[in-house]
Ligand binder design. Structure first.
Ligand code: BG6
Length: 496
């Protein structure tokens, strides 16, 4: 994670070219993140932004279009002066990425922005519908816009990166026919979240956790990404996609790799990603015919009434999944993953449940079981950690009670807002630091894990999605699923 200060203005002009510049992602995330960085003085001074989209409009109209979501999601809102200064660097050109003559116009406009005939450094950001990734990449290649002999040229590709292993491979091949792998930055915005990065600091900058971070001390791991959001206006996309592609293939598997990986030898992109790939390749593949034993699909009750959703849709909006990592560190330790829409609360938590002490010295009542130690890592909201352990209740003989050691970011770093993931990722891509971006082989491994699960859920013998009420914690079958392993879902370390 290099610092933005490493960008040297004498390296020449930098242009961030956003294809799909009038779309939702650009307006809700990219521009607010860039404006936030600008108002904190963290953008390189030699950076310009060129928006490309199909609508015909001028720069001023484009700037107005970008104003709506500034300062959202905890990002710093620029003052009117800062906004005016920032928009003086934002240009617009209309064009269709599938047309060679329009790409040629973009090239001409870039030469105008970059000035003095120098080869400018460029970050091409595909904030486009996935069906346009391929024509955009080949268009850039055909126009000679990936050549980086005297400058750097990079490509950022948003998710979804493919819809299965075959399409991800095809997209990787297309990207590699124009760009080298070190020029390609595939986004998984979960990796840009501050607490996700802190998980690595927590594990590898402290000596006390690593010795117990294995099968000898850990009973199991739970990773929960719950959302209150419904499908809203994304019905058409979502009904084709489902929870496995939308959340598991990327975000949940990424979180799992960071929990399970071996310490990399250095904190740099290749070392880090090599370790993540090793974890993904060690995940035991689930055969399509066995999916019913390892996964619980769910669907919120009113899902089929959503606009764009088929009235007899069997798309899962929830899933719980048990995975195993077949290596020395994790043999026999299940990883339970779950995620869903329209659930009770929005939170992302990783819970490490440790084993019980091998022998209990203290008297327990009949049927009493003391809860094992847990470490909860809260990724969002209320970012922080919580370790639970047993203490003696005063003046109550040897009666025990659970107590917590807690760390909350907002208390420890009061007044310091946690930056949005896109702020981190945009700066890293401008710096050429690919640590928090997924590599080609990583994406393919992740698809290799979820493809048979998706195929299995479509088989006639697989469970149909179980209904769950909006605002609940998902289908009761997911509780039974863990119950049959002798375990229960935990919330903030506590059984709910
Ligand atoms: C996106 C998914 O990648 O992540 C959305 O497509 C989901 O369906 C979103 O809502 C969740 O991200 P976050 O940062 O709000 O947890």
């Amino acid at each position: 994670m290099a610092m933005p200060e490493t960008i040297d203005p004498s390296d020449g002009p930098i242009t961030l070219v956003i294809f799909g510049a009038s779309g939702d992602l650009t307006r809700r995330k990219l521009i607010p993140a860039l404006a936030s960085l600008h108002s904190k003085g963290r953008l390189p001074p030699n950076l310009n932004i060129l928006g490309v989209a199909r609508s015909d409009m001028g720069d001023a109209e484009f700037h107005t279009l970008l104003e709506e979501f500034l300062g959202g999601d905890g990002m710093s809102k620029p003052t009117p002066d800062q906004w005016a200064e920032f928009t003086s660097r934002i240009h617009y050109i209309h064009g269709d990425v599938t047309k060679a003559e329009d790409i040629a116009e973009v090239k001409r406009k870039l030469a105008e922005i970059e000035g003095d005939g120098r080869d400018g450094n460029r970050l091409y950001y595909l904030s486009l519908a996935p069906s346009l990734y391929q024509p955009a990449i080949t268009g850039l290649g055909d126009a000679g816009m990936a050549d980086d002999a005297n400058c750097w040229r990079r490509l950022v590709v948003e998710k979804p990166f493919g819809t299965d292993l075959a399409s991800a491979r095809e997209l990787n091949d297309i990207a590699h026919s124009v760009f080298r792998e070190d020029q390609v930055f595939r986004i998984d915005h979960y990796l840009g979240k501050e607490t996700v990065q802190n998980l690595l600091v927590f594990r590898f900058a402290n000596a006390i956790f690593e010795p117990v971070w294995n099968r000898n001390y850990i009973d199991h791991v739970q990773i929960t990404v719950s959302e209150t959001l419904r499908i809203d206006e994304r019905g058409e996309y979502y009904d084709q996609t489902g929870i496995m592609r939308d959340m598991f293939q990327n975000h949940l598997l990424q979180l799992l790799t960071l929990v399970a990986m071996e310490p990399p030898h250095a904190f740099e992109a290749e070392a880090l990603r090599n370790e993540k790939v090793k974890v993904l390749s060690a995940i035991r593949r689930i055969h399509a015919e066995d999916v019913g034993r390892h996964a619980i699909p769910g669907q919120y009750r009113s899902y089929r009434d959503e606009t764009g959703v088929s009235p007899d849709s069997e798309t899962a909006t929830y899933a719980a999944l048990r995975l195993h990592v077949d290596n020395w560190r994790w043999q026999g330790v299940p990883f339970y993953l779950r995620s869903g829409k329209a659930l009770r609360s929005k939170s992302t938590e990783i819970i490490i449940q440790f084993r019980n002490p091998p022998h209990m010295l203290f008297p327990l009542a009949e049927d009493e079981d003391i809860p094992a130690n847990t470490l909860a890592i809260f990724v969002q909201p209320d970012e922080g950690f919580q370790l639970e352990f047993q203490t003696k209740t005063p003046e109550a003989g040897l009666q025990m009670r659970k107590a917590e050691l807690e760390f909350h970011y907002h208390e420890a770093f009061s007044g310091q807002a946690i930056p949005d993931a896109y702020e981190r990722l945009l700066l890293d891509a401008l710096n050429g630091d690919a640590s928090l971006f997924t590599r080609a082989d990583e994406i393919e491994q992740a698809w290799g894990i979820v493809d048979p699960i998706i195929a299995g859920l479509d088989l006639p013998q697989a469970p149909r999605p179980y209904y769950y009420s909006e605002g609940s914690w998902g289908p009761v079958e997911a509780d039974r699923f863990l119950g049959s392993d002798g375990r229960a879902w935990l919330q903030g370390g506590r059984a709910r």
